[in-house]
Ligand binder design. Structure first.
Ligand code: TPP
Ligand code: SF4
Ligand code: MG
Length: 360
């Protein structure tokens, strides 16, 4: 992927900012990191269509920390709103009343909007081959209203509507919907999963998508300190562990083919679960269902990767595909030394560049 893209290393991250500080979001919100990076690639002429959710608070009239235009729609209908903006622009351009400035339309919803209530509108927009971007920032629950269970809540997580109790020691009993497969069945122009822990992978995917016309769909792991229950300083670590454990596969679907852009190190999933209050009950010795629940989570990871022809066994190094950053440089000063960069004093950007050269 890196070959024909302009962002080949993390050093080439565009410096311009289109999402500024000063929002009322929680500190450590992973969704905001993804939006910030995405806008760096899409640029200032991006029009955001948002459905109810945490990110709605990016625009609380008369304040905004975004440079983009903004349309707020009813919960179920952001993709329909995007169609309206596209049609209005096309109509004005064809009548000579507006110049074609290459305005991009970005639908921004949470998992409740994407996996559940807005699924029909999204299906219809993809069916009409609408030329738009869609970022579903997935914090795995209805976050803005108090972290209720959504179609994206994973098995074994506690939410405010699947709390732990004597009758239900597991929390969420159903499995997370496979939105990637649901969206893929529509054969969109571009489809990928992203994570705030992998900025280069994220930006390269957005850049690659921008070269295509039609629906460009993204599902992002939105580490959520407030709902998932961890300290805001751990947000990127949690997102990184979601990828490292194999819980959140980073992949893309282009021209009928799925490619995994990062092959995980397969860190034991307990390291990911243990950091989050929503999984705390799985480590309670008095919980009769805990061991079986963790075994089930491990089984799910193993069978996913087995179906991809990859054995989910711990690795010493991540395999890096397409020039992406593995991120492990942040956690291992030994590696910093082994590639000749002084621990604690090296610049992460140059370190990433060296790692890519070293590992590819
Ligand atoms: C039709 C309708 N039902 C319920 C609500 C209340 N509501 C506002 S935000 C929200 C949660 C959205 O969850 P999600 O899409 O996952 O985004 P997050 O809050 O997690 O960012 C709900 C239920 C609404 N605005 N409209
Ligand atoms: S509740 Fe979670 S998703 Fe919502 S703003 Fe806070 S950290 Fe972000
Ligand atoms: Mg949500």
């Amino acid at each position: 992927m890196a070959g024909d893209l302009s962002i080949k290393t993390i050093r080439e991250t565009p410096l311009e900012e289109y999402l500024h500080p000063g929002s009322s979001m929680c500190p450590g919100c992973g969704a905001q990191v993804m939006i910030r990076l995405m806008l760096k690639v899409l640029g200032p002429k991006t029009f955001i269509v948002n459905a109810a959710g945490c990110m709605t608070l990016l625009q609380t009239y008369p304040y905004s920390n975004l440079k983009s235009g903004w349309l707020y729609t009813a919960f179920a209908s952001a993709p329909a709103g995007a169609q309206g903006i596209r049609d209005a622009l096309d109509s004005l351009i064809s009548q000579g009343k507006a110049r074609d400035e290459g305005i991009k339309i970005l639908v921004l919803t949470g998992d409740g909007g994407a996996y559940d209530i807005g699924l029909q509108a999204t299906s219809a927009a993809m069916d009409r081959d609408l030329d738009f971007y869609y970022l579903c920032y997935d914090n795995e629950a209805y976050g803005n209203t108090g972290f209720q269970q959504s179609g994206a809540s994973p098995y074994g997580s506690s939410t405010t509507t699947s709390p732990i109790g004597r009758l239900n020691p597991v929390g969420t009993e159903k499995r997370k919907k496979n939105l990637f497969e649901i969206w893929k069945a529509h054969n969109p122009a571009y489809l990928a999963t992203i994570s705030p822990s992998h900025p280069l992978d994220l930006m390269q995917k957005v850049e690659e998508a921008a070269r295509r016309k039609g629906p460009k769909m993204f599902i992002g792991y939105a580490s959520c300190p407030t709902g998932m229950g961890f300290d805001p300083s751990l947000s990127i670590k949690v997102a990184q562990l979601a990828v490292d454990t194999g819980v959140w596969p980073l992949k893309k679907y282009v021209d009928g083919k799925v490619t995994h852009t990062i092959i995980p190190r397969f860190v034991p999933v307990e390291e990911y679960l243990r950091l989050q209050a929503r999984f705390r009950h799985l480590f309670d010795e008095n919980n009769p269902a805990a061991k079986e629940a963790i075994a089930k989570i491990k089984d799910e990871i193993r069978s996913y990767w087995k179906a991809q022809g990859i054995e989910a066994k711990a690795r010493h190094h991540m395999v890096i595909a397409d020039g992406s950053c593995c991120g492990s440089c942040f956690s291992s000063s030994f590696l910093w030394f082994s590639w000749g960069i002084p621990s604690g004093k090296g610049k992460p950007s140059s370190l990433h560049t060296n790692m890519e050269v070293a590992m590819l």
